[in-house]
Design a protein around this ligand. Structure first.
Ligand code: ATP
Ligand code: MG
Length: 434
C-alpha cells in the first residue's frame, strides 16, 4: 500500500477526549473514528488489525474443534422472554420495534438464539458434544462507554457455545476452550491471567476470566506469583492435562472474590495488579436448556437437558488491550502476529531519482515475496515520515536514503528494540521472509 493514496488520517496532537493511551494512539494513528458514544468506524489501518486478531481467534477455535457459524445481530424478543432474560437484562439491551410492532433487539449475546437453534435441530446424545461459535457485532448500551474500543457500546465478540450430555463431558468442552484461550492470547504475545470468576447460582469452579495486566484495567486482581513461572505468553504449543490442572489450581481472584483473611497464599507471594478482561469462559449447566426445553435423548431413551457453557472473547477490546501492552512514547509497537503491515518502507528523498527508483523497486520485491508493506512515497520530509511510522507501529522500518544507496545498503530498524542494521537488499528480503 502506498501512503500517498492510503486513507490514513493521522493526528499530531493528542485528542482531548481520550483518557487512556490505547484510545489516544488509535485516534492519532488513524485506526478509528467515533460516530456516537461508544460507536466507532474502523478505518482501513484499524480494520486490518481487527481482522488479524479475529483470524488468530478463529484458528484457535477451529483447532479446538469448534465450528464457525454466523448468527444475526437482530433478534426476536420472544426467545428472551422464554429464558426470562428479556426483563432481567435491563437498559443495557437495545430494544427495537419493527413495522409490525414486533419486539426485536440488537443482540448483546446469543445464548437464547443458539439454544433455540440447537433444540430445533439436534435431538440425540449422538449429536453431542458440539462446540459452535461466531464472531459478530454486539450492542450493549453501556452506562459509561469509555476508553475507546475497550468499553464500546457496539463491539466485536467471539462467542462460543458448548452442548454436552453430562457434566463430565461439559468439563472436557470447558477445558478445550480453556486451552484455546491460553493459546490464543499467547499467540498474540499477551500474558492473560485466568482468574476464577463467579459461576452465579450454579456453583462449581468452571468459570474463568482472562485478564491482561495493565494500569488502566478496570478489574483489581490478586494472584499467586507462582503463575509467572508458567510464562503464559509462551504457551503456543500443546498444553497437557497436567499443565491445565496445575494452572487451574493456582490462586488468582478478582477483588470481589478475594478474601484477605482467608487467602491461602502467603503475603510475600501474593501479587496485586489491575487487569483488562479480554475473555470469559463459563459453564452454566442447564440454565437455558431447562428454561427453553433443549433436550436430547440419552442412550437409555430418557430425555435430558443439554449441558451448556459459553465462551466469549472481546475481539475489538483486544485491539485496545494490545496497545496498552505494546507502546512507547512515540506510538504503537505491534506484535508481528497482528501488525497491519510487516514493514514500513521509507523513501527519505522523494525528489531524488535514484532514491525513488530504489524505493519503487524494493516495494515491488517485497510484495513479490509476500511481505505486507506500507510504502511512504509522499513528498514530505524524513522527520515526518519517521514520526509517522513510529506512531503506527509496524514491526520493521526499511529506510532508503542517498548515503545508504552509495554503499548499496538499506537501513532496517526494529520498531520494538530501536536497533538499526545496514543490509543489502537481499539480506533484507531474507530477514523479512525468515
Ligand atoms: P465487562 O465486565 O467488561 O463488562 P462482561 O462480563 O459484560 O464484561 P461478557 O459478557 O463475558 O463480558 O463478554 C465477553 C467478552 O466481551 C468480555 O470478556 C470482554 O472482553 C468483551 N466485552 C464485554 N463488554 C464489552 C464492551 N462494552 N466493549 C468491548 N468489549 C466488551
Ligand atoms: Mg458487561
Amino acid at each position: 500500500m502506498r501512503l500517498s493514496t492510503y486513507f490514513l488520517p493521522t493526528l499530531k496532537e493528542n485528542p482531548s477526549e481520550a483518557q487512556v493511551v490505547s484510545h489516544r494512539l488509535m485516534l492519532r494513528s488513524g485506526m478509528i473514528r467515533q460516530t456516537s458514544a461508544g460507536i466507532y468506524i474502523w478505518l482501513p489501518l484499524g480494520l486490518k488489525v481487527l481482522r488479524n486478531i479475529e483470524q488468530v481467534v478463529r484458528e484457535e477455535q477451529n483447532r479446538a474443534g469448534a465450528q464457525e457459524l454466523l448468527m444475526p445481530t437482530i433478534q426476536s424478543a420472544e426467545l428472551w422472554q422464554e429464558s426470562g432474560r428479556y426483563d432481567a437484562y435491563g437498559k443495557e439491551m437495545l430494544r427495537i420495534t419493527d413495522r409490525h410492532d414486533r419486539e426485536m433487539l440488537y443482540g448483546p449475546t446469543n445464548e437464547e438464539m443458539i439454544t433455540d437453534l440447537f433444540r430445533n435441530n439436534l435431538k440425540s446424545y449422538k449429536d453431542v458434544p458440539k462446540l459452535l461459535y461466531h464472531i459478530q457485532w454486539k450492542f450493549r448500551d453501556e452506562i459509561r462507554p469509555r476508553f475507546g474500543v475497550m468499553r464500546g457500546r457496539e463491539f466485536l465478540m467471539k462467542d462460543t457455545y458448548s452442548f454436552d450430555l453430562d457434566e463430565e463431558s461439559a468439563r472436557v468442552s470447558y477445558n478445550k476452550m480453556y486451552v484455546a484461550y491460553l493459546r490464543t492470547f499467547a499467540r498474540l504475545g499477551l500474558v492473560a491471567i485466568p482468574v476464577k470468576a463467579d459461576t452465579g447460582a450454579i456453583g462449581g469452579d468452571l468459570s474463568h476470566e482472562f485478564q491482561i495486566l495493565a494500569e488502566t484495567g478496570e478489574s483489581t486482581l490478586y494472584y499467586d506469583k507462582a503463575i509467572e513461572s508458567f510464562e503464559l505468553q509462551k504457551l503456543t504449543g500443546d498444553i497437557d492435562a497436567e499443565t491445565i490442572s496445575s494452572l487451574q489450581g493456582i490462586y488468582a481472584m478478582e477483588e470481589e472474590k478475594h478474601d484477605p483473611a482467608n487467602c491461602p497464599v502467603a503475603a510475600e507471594d501474593l501479587r496485586t495488579a489491575k487487569g483488562i478482561e479480554v475473555g470469559h469462559i463459563f459453564y452454566f449447566g442447564d440454565k437455558y436448556s431447562e428454561a427453553m426445553n433443549a433436550q436430547v435423548t440419552g442412550p437409555d431413551g430418557k430425555l435430558v437437558n443439554v449441558e451448556m457453557g459459553s465462551y466469549g472473547i472481546g475481539v475489538s477490546r483486544l485491539v485496545g488491550a494490545l496497545i496498552e501492552a505494546n507502546h512507547d512514547e512515540n506510538g504503537i509497537i505491534w506484535p508481528e502476529a497482528v501488525a497491519p503491515y510487516k514493514v514500513g518502507l521509507i523513501n527519505l528523498r522523494g525528489k531524488d531519482e535514484a532514491c525513488t527508483a530504489a524505493s519503487e523497486a524494493l516495494y515491488q520485491k517485497l510484495q513479490n515475496v509476500g511481505v505486507e508493506v506500507l510504502y511512504d512515497d509522499r513528498e514530505v520530509g524524513g522527520g515526518v515520515k519517521f514520526a509517522n511510522m513510529d506512531l503506527i507501529g509496524l514491526p520493521w522500518q526499511a529506510v532508503i536514503g542517498p548515503k545508504g544507496l552509495e554503499k548499496g545498503v538499506v537501513e532496517l530498524k526494529n520498531r520494538r528494540t530501536g536497533e538499526r542494521e545496514e543490509l543489502s537488499e537481499e539480506e533484507l528480503l531474507n530477514q523479512l521472509t525468515a
